[in-house]
Design a protein. Structure first.
Length: 313
Protein backbone atom coordinates (compact mmCIF):
# COMPACT_ATOMS: atom_id res chain seq x y z
CA UNK A 1 0.00 0.00 0.00
CA UNK A 2 1.08 3.59 -0.68
CA UNK A 3 -0.17 6.92 -2.04
CA UNK A 4 0.61 7.75 -5.67
CA UNK A 5 -2.76 9.32 -6.59
CA UNK A 6 -3.57 12.24 -4.29
CA UNK A 7 -7.25 12.92 -3.58
CA UNK A 8 -8.97 15.85 -1.88
CA UNK A 9 -12.00 15.77 0.40
CA UNK A 10 -14.42 16.69 -2.42
CA UNK A 11 -13.13 13.81 -4.55
CA UNK A 12 -13.61 11.29 -1.73
CA UNK A 13 -17.14 12.60 -1.17
CA UNK A 14 -17.92 12.25 -4.88
CA UNK A 15 -16.84 8.61 -4.75
CA UNK A 16 -18.97 7.96 -1.66
CA UNK A 17 -22.00 9.50 -3.39
CA UNK A 18 -22.12 6.31 -5.46
CA UNK A 19 -22.31 4.10 -2.35
CA UNK A 20 -24.58 3.58 0.64
CA UNK A 21 -21.72 3.72 3.09
CA UNK A 22 -22.75 6.74 5.14
CA UNK A 23 -21.33 10.25 5.35
CA UNK A 24 -17.61 10.95 5.25
CA UNK A 25 -16.09 11.66 8.67
CA UNK A 26 -12.39 11.58 7.79
CA UNK A 27 -9.84 9.91 5.54
CA UNK A 28 -6.10 9.59 5.10
CA UNK A 29 -3.61 7.99 2.75
CA UNK A 30 -1.81 4.83 3.83
CA UNK A 31 1.95 5.07 3.28
CA UNK A 32 2.81 1.40 3.92
CA UNK A 33 3.47 -0.75 0.84
CA UNK A 34 4.85 0.13 -2.57
CA UNK A 35 2.36 -0.83 -5.28
CA UNK A 36 -1.11 0.77 -5.19
CA UNK A 37 -2.69 3.90 -3.73
CA UNK A 38 -4.74 3.22 -0.59
CA UNK A 39 -6.92 5.44 1.57
CA UNK A 40 -8.53 4.61 4.88
CA UNK A 41 -12.02 6.12 4.84
CA UNK A 42 -14.12 6.49 7.98
CA UNK A 43 -17.84 7.15 7.47
CA UNK A 44 -20.85 7.44 9.76
CA UNK A 45 -21.41 3.69 9.22
CA UNK A 46 -17.97 2.07 9.29
CA UNK A 47 -14.37 2.08 8.05
CA UNK A 48 -13.42 1.16 4.48
CA UNK A 49 -10.34 0.97 2.27
CA UNK A 50 -10.24 2.68 -1.14
CA UNK A 51 -7.65 1.09 -3.45
CA UNK A 52 -6.56 2.75 -6.69
CA UNK A 53 -4.57 0.36 -8.88
CA UNK A 54 -1.24 1.69 -10.08
CA UNK A 55 1.93 0.54 -11.84
CA UNK A 56 2.05 -3.23 -12.30
CA UNK A 57 -1.67 -4.05 -12.02
CA UNK A 58 -3.38 -4.39 -15.38
CA UNK A 59 -6.99 -3.25 -15.72
CA UNK A 60 -8.08 -6.67 -16.99
CA UNK A 61 -6.88 -8.32 -13.76
CA UNK A 62 -8.99 -6.28 -11.34
CA UNK A 63 -12.19 -8.38 -11.78
CA UNK A 64 -10.10 -11.44 -10.88
CA UNK A 65 -8.98 -9.86 -7.59
CA UNK A 66 -12.56 -8.89 -6.76
CA UNK A 67 -13.85 -12.39 -7.47
CA UNK A 68 -11.08 -14.04 -5.47
CA UNK A 69 -11.70 -11.91 -2.38
CA UNK A 70 -15.44 -12.46 -2.64
CA UNK A 71 -15.00 -16.23 -2.86
CA UNK A 72 -12.49 -16.40 -0.01
CA UNK A 73 -14.74 -14.25 2.20
CA UNK A 74 -17.81 -16.33 1.35
CA UNK A 75 -15.91 -19.53 2.21
CA UNK A 76 -15.17 -18.15 5.67
CA UNK A 77 -11.57 -17.10 5.17
CA UNK A 78 -10.65 -13.92 7.01
CA UNK A 79 -10.01 -11.16 4.47
CA UNK A 80 -11.54 -7.89 3.20
CA UNK A 81 -14.70 -8.06 1.09
CA UNK A 82 -15.22 -5.85 -2.00
CA UNK A 83 -18.19 -3.48 -1.75
CA UNK A 84 -20.76 -2.86 -4.49
CA UNK A 85 -21.90 0.66 -5.36
CA UNK A 86 -25.52 1.78 -5.84
CA UNK A 87 -25.35 0.55 -9.45
CA UNK A 88 -24.29 -2.95 -8.34
CA UNK A 89 -20.70 -2.48 -9.56
CA UNK A 90 -17.46 -3.22 -7.77
CA UNK A 91 -15.00 -1.44 -10.04
CA UNK A 92 -14.93 2.25 -10.96
CA UNK A 93 -12.36 4.78 -12.16
CA UNK A 94 -10.40 7.42 -10.29
CA UNK A 95 -8.38 9.73 -12.55
CA UNK A 96 -8.65 7.11 -15.28
CA UNK A 97 -7.32 4.34 -13.03
CA UNK A 98 -9.36 1.31 -11.87
CA UNK A 99 -10.38 1.42 -8.21
CA UNK A 100 -12.41 -0.54 -5.67
CA UNK A 101 -13.64 -0.13 -2.10
CA UNK A 102 -13.27 -3.03 0.34
CA UNK A 103 -14.35 -3.57 3.92
CA UNK A 104 -11.90 -2.64 6.67
CA UNK A 105 -10.13 -5.60 8.26
CA UNK A 106 -9.75 -4.92 11.96
CA UNK A 107 -6.30 -5.58 13.35
CA UNK A 108 -2.67 -4.62 12.81
CA UNK A 109 0.42 -6.08 11.21
CA UNK A 110 3.47 -7.14 13.21
CA UNK A 111 7.03 -6.48 12.10
CA UNK A 112 8.25 -9.77 13.56
CA UNK A 113 6.34 -12.97 14.22
CA UNK A 114 7.18 -15.41 17.00
CA UNK A 115 7.39 -19.17 16.47
CA UNK A 116 3.76 -19.90 17.45
CA UNK A 117 2.56 -17.14 15.12
CA UNK A 118 4.63 -18.65 12.29
CA UNK A 119 2.91 -21.99 12.92
CA UNK A 120 -0.50 -20.31 12.82
CA UNK A 121 0.30 -18.43 9.63
CA UNK A 122 1.44 -21.68 8.02
CA UNK A 123 -1.89 -23.16 9.03
CA UNK A 124 -3.82 -20.20 7.60
CA UNK A 125 -1.91 -20.47 4.29
CA UNK A 126 -2.85 -24.15 4.17
CA UNK A 127 -6.51 -23.22 4.70
CA UNK A 128 -6.23 -20.59 1.97
CA UNK A 129 -4.75 -23.14 -0.45
CA UNK A 130 -7.37 -25.76 0.41
CA UNK A 131 -10.08 -23.30 -0.59
CA UNK A 132 -8.25 -21.93 -3.63
CA UNK A 133 -7.46 -25.44 -4.92
CA UNK A 134 -11.13 -25.79 -5.85
CA UNK A 135 -11.29 -22.53 -7.81
CA UNK A 136 -11.53 -22.41 -11.58
CA UNK A 137 -10.40 -18.78 -11.88
CA UNK A 138 -6.80 -18.32 -12.95
CA UNK A 139 -4.38 -15.46 -13.37
CA UNK A 140 -0.87 -15.84 -14.74
CA UNK A 141 1.98 -14.86 -12.45
CA UNK A 142 2.96 -11.51 -13.98
CA UNK A 143 6.18 -11.47 -11.92
CA UNK A 144 7.63 -14.81 -12.96
CA UNK A 145 11.17 -15.73 -14.01
CA UNK A 146 10.78 -14.07 -17.44
CA UNK A 147 9.81 -10.78 -15.79
CA UNK A 148 12.75 -11.00 -13.34
CA UNK A 149 15.04 -11.13 -16.37
CA UNK A 150 13.31 -8.15 -17.98
CA UNK A 151 13.74 -6.06 -14.84
CA UNK A 152 17.36 -7.17 -14.59
CA UNK A 153 18.02 -5.87 -18.10
CA UNK A 154 16.44 -2.54 -17.20
CA UNK A 155 18.52 -2.09 -14.07
CA UNK A 156 21.90 -3.70 -14.83
CA UNK A 157 23.49 -0.44 -16.00
CA UNK A 158 22.09 1.54 -13.08
CA UNK A 159 23.21 -0.85 -10.36
CA UNK A 160 26.16 -2.81 -11.85
CA UNK A 161 27.53 -3.82 -8.43
CA UNK A 162 24.28 -5.51 -7.44
CA UNK A 163 23.41 -6.87 -10.85
CA UNK A 164 26.57 -8.89 -11.36
CA UNK A 165 25.43 -11.20 -8.59
CA UNK A 166 21.83 -11.05 -9.77
CA UNK A 167 22.85 -12.24 -13.23
CA UNK A 168 24.56 -15.26 -11.71
CA UNK A 169 21.64 -16.07 -9.43
CA UNK A 170 19.19 -15.89 -12.34
CA UNK A 171 21.28 -18.49 -14.18
CA UNK A 172 21.35 -20.75 -11.12
CA UNK A 173 17.58 -20.47 -10.72
CA UNK A 174 17.03 -21.23 -14.40
CA UNK A 175 19.22 -24.33 -14.09
CA UNK A 176 17.63 -25.81 -10.97
CA UNK A 177 14.05 -24.48 -10.91
CA UNK A 178 11.34 -27.17 -10.67
CA UNK A 179 9.54 -28.08 -13.86
CA UNK A 180 6.34 -29.37 -12.31
CA UNK A 181 4.93 -28.84 -8.82
CA UNK A 182 1.46 -28.84 -7.28
CA UNK A 183 -0.23 -25.58 -8.30
CA UNK A 184 -3.23 -23.46 -7.47
CA UNK A 185 -4.25 -19.91 -6.62
CA UNK A 186 -1.83 -18.35 -4.12
CA UNK A 187 -1.65 -14.95 -2.41
CA UNK A 188 1.99 -14.42 -3.55
CA UNK A 189 2.73 -11.42 -1.29
CA UNK A 190 2.44 -12.59 2.31
CA UNK A 191 4.72 -10.10 4.01
CA UNK A 192 4.14 -8.97 7.61
CA UNK A 193 2.38 -5.86 6.23
CA UNK A 194 -0.32 -8.10 4.73
CA UNK A 195 -0.91 -10.32 7.76
CA UNK A 196 -3.14 -8.85 10.48
CA UNK A 197 -3.55 -9.76 14.14
CA UNK A 198 -6.04 -8.55 16.73
CA UNK A 199 -5.66 -9.24 20.45
CA UNK A 200 -2.73 -11.56 19.65
CA UNK A 201 -4.92 -13.64 17.32
CA UNK A 202 -4.87 -13.93 13.52
CA UNK A 203 -7.46 -11.60 12.00
CA UNK A 204 -6.81 -12.04 8.27
CA UNK A 205 -4.82 -11.48 5.09
CA UNK A 206 -5.03 -8.28 3.04
CA UNK A 207 -3.72 -7.02 -0.32
CA UNK A 208 -4.51 -9.83 -2.78
CA UNK A 209 -3.24 -7.91 -5.80
CA UNK A 210 -0.35 -10.22 -6.71
CA UNK A 211 -2.44 -13.37 -6.31
CA UNK A 212 -2.01 -15.77 -9.20
CA UNK A 213 -1.93 -19.40 -10.32
CA UNK A 214 1.44 -20.64 -9.15
CA UNK A 215 3.28 -23.37 -7.20
CA UNK A 216 1.89 -23.73 -3.68
CA UNK A 217 5.43 -24.17 -2.40
CA UNK A 218 6.45 -20.81 -3.88
CA UNK A 219 3.99 -19.19 -1.43
CA UNK A 220 5.88 -20.75 1.46
CA UNK A 221 9.20 -19.67 -0.08
CA UNK A 222 7.97 -16.06 -0.11
CA UNK A 223 6.92 -16.40 3.54
CA UNK A 224 10.23 -17.95 4.61
CA UNK A 225 11.97 -14.93 3.07
CA UNK A 226 9.60 -12.47 4.70
CA UNK A 227 8.89 -14.04 8.09
CA UNK A 228 11.70 -16.42 9.00
CA UNK A 229 14.92 -14.40 8.70
CA UNK A 230 16.92 -13.04 11.63
CA UNK A 231 19.19 -10.41 10.11
CA UNK A 232 21.55 -12.38 7.85
CA UNK A 233 20.55 -15.99 8.49
CA UNK A 234 17.39 -18.03 8.42
CA UNK A 235 15.60 -18.90 11.65
CA UNK A 236 15.25 -22.66 11.29
CA UNK A 237 12.77 -22.94 14.17
CA UNK A 238 10.39 -20.40 12.61
CA UNK A 239 10.78 -22.09 9.22
CA UNK A 240 9.93 -25.49 10.69
CA UNK A 241 6.90 -24.06 12.51
CA UNK A 242 5.67 -22.42 9.29
CA UNK A 243 6.02 -25.69 7.34
CA UNK A 244 4.49 -27.78 10.13
CA UNK A 245 1.55 -25.40 10.47
CA UNK A 246 0.92 -25.64 6.75
CA UNK A 247 1.16 -29.43 6.73
CA UNK A 248 -1.28 -29.69 9.63
CA UNK A 249 -4.03 -28.80 7.14
CA UNK A 250 -2.47 -29.42 3.70
CA UNK A 251 0.26 -31.95 3.02
CA UNK A 252 3.28 -31.19 0.84
CA UNK A 253 4.59 -33.97 -1.38
CA UNK A 254 8.14 -35.02 -0.54
CA UNK A 255 8.95 -34.76 -4.24
CA UNK A 256 7.88 -31.09 -4.10
CA UNK A 257 9.55 -30.23 -0.79
CA UNK A 258 13.04 -30.95 -2.15
CA UNK A 259 12.69 -27.80 -4.28
CA UNK A 260 12.14 -25.51 -1.28
CA UNK A 261 15.70 -24.10 -1.30
CA UNK A 262 15.74 -23.12 -4.97
CA UNK A 263 12.25 -21.61 -4.67
CA UNK A 264 13.46 -19.57 -1.69
CA UNK A 265 16.27 -18.25 -3.89
CA UNK A 266 13.68 -17.48 -6.58
CA UNK A 267 11.45 -15.61 -4.13
CA UNK A 268 14.47 -13.59 -2.97
CA UNK A 269 15.28 -12.74 -6.60
CA UNK A 270 11.68 -11.67 -7.24
CA UNK A 271 11.61 -9.16 -4.39
CA UNK A 272 15.16 -7.99 -5.00
CA UNK A 273 14.51 -7.05 -8.65
CA UNK A 274 11.20 -5.29 -7.97
CA UNK A 275 12.64 -3.33 -5.05
CA UNK A 276 15.68 -2.47 -7.14
CA UNK A 277 13.45 -1.15 -9.92
CA UNK A 278 11.10 0.72 -7.57
CA UNK A 279 13.97 2.29 -5.64
CA UNK A 280 14.95 4.17 -8.78
CA UNK A 281 11.58 4.63 -10.48
CA UNK A 282 9.16 5.61 -7.70
CA UNK A 283 7.80 9.15 -8.35
CA UNK A 284 9.34 11.74 -6.03
CA UNK A 285 5.96 13.18 -5.05
CA UNK A 286 4.53 9.79 -3.99
CA UNK A 287 3.84 9.33 -0.27
CA UNK A 288 5.62 6.03 0.27
CA UNK A 289 8.12 4.31 2.50
CA UNK A 290 10.72 2.98 0.08
CA UNK A 291 12.00 -0.51 0.79
CA UNK A 292 15.70 -1.11 0.29
CA UNK A 293 16.70 -3.94 -2.07
CA UNK A 294 19.79 -4.66 0.10
CA UNK A 295 17.69 -6.83 2.43
CA UNK A 296 17.03 -9.20 -0.44
CA UNK A 297 20.59 -9.09 -1.67
CA UNK A 298 21.51 -10.61 1.71
CA UNK A 299 18.79 -13.24 1.33
CA UNK A 300 19.80 -14.12 -2.23
CA UNK A 301 23.38 -14.60 -1.02
CA UNK A 302 22.19 -16.80 1.83
CA UNK A 303 19.99 -19.10 -0.25
CA UNK A 304 22.63 -19.40 -2.95
CA UNK A 305 25.21 -20.51 -0.39
CA UNK A 306 22.72 -22.91 1.23
CA UNK A 307 21.09 -24.54 -1.80
CA UNK A 308 21.98 -27.97 -0.43
CA UNK A 309 21.49 -27.24 3.25
CA UNK A 310 18.29 -28.16 5.05
CA UNK A 311 16.41 -24.96 5.92
CA UNK A 312 14.88 -26.42 9.07
CA UNK A 313 15.70 -29.28 11.47
Amino acid sequence: MAVFTKLQTAEIKNILNNYNLGKLIKFHGIKEGIENTNYLIKTSKNKFILTIFEKRVQKKDVPYFVKLMNIMYAKGFKCPRPVKDINNRYIFKVKNKPAIIVTFLDGKSKKKLNTSECYNIGKQIGKFHNISSKLTIKRRNALDYKMWNQIYRKTKNIYPKYCLKLKHYLKIYEKYKPKKLAKGVIHADLFPDNIFFKNQKFSGFIDFYFSCYENYLYELAVCINALCFDRKIINKVKTKKLINGYQSVKKIKKSDLKYLNILCLGAAIRFFVTRLYDFKNTPKNAKIKKKSPKEYLIKMNYFYKNLNTKLYD
